[in-house]
Design a protein around this ligand. Sequence first.
Ligand code: DC
Length: 229
Amino acid sequence: MTKKITIAIDGFSSTGKSTIAKQLAKQLGYIYVDTGAMYRAVTLYAMQQNYISETHFNTDDLISDLSNISLSFGFNEEMGFAEMFLNKKNVEKEIRTLEVSKLVSKISTISEVRKKLVSEQQEMGKNKGVVMDGRDIGTVVFPNAELKLFMTASADKRAKRRYKELIDRGDKVNYEEILQNVEERDRIDSTREDSPLILADDAIEFDNSNMGLKDQFNRIMSLVNTAIE
Ligand code: DC
């Protein structure tokens, strides 16, 4: 039997982290954990409880309510990936809206939120055989991961990808607003005090601005094979 490893995929928003993570998990028979979905679910909860909106943010109320937030993933056989559940309710669609995207980086700056999610993520990956994507996987969650990838692409390419995703889903969005959101999240995610998005010393940087999905998959699979050997 080949050895099971931990694959950490970090990078800016909309760099295709989840696409490659899902492909790798399928190919290797590994668990895939989308940690961004967890931060998005906490954001949705905070919005529902009116702890946060575009004009206010009551961090103390959110922090004291954290123990009432239960997150889990449920595998959707038809779609072939795990969907996000918040307090037993499937919120996969709701967490992907632009409204959540606009507030999620603020929620992600709260150390108490990060502490809770990081410990749940470490638990999910403790037996290896996991592909996890996010912003702090190779630096904080699994600093000893055997393979660390850091995905980048130009902001314009990423905004175009996200715009297409939302339009294909039937959302009414405008491109400029998406580009602004991508740039604003990059800024907050990489400058926050707790676990900012940074390139780990031993991560391999991957700019896929001009790379097709097939080419990307083949290149990354060869890195995986080297790490597994
Ligand atoms: O991967 P995503 O775009 O769905 O992530 C949404 C936000 O969650 C992102 O802007 C920052 C935050 N996040 C984080 O702080 N740490 C992670 N490990 C994953 C996501």
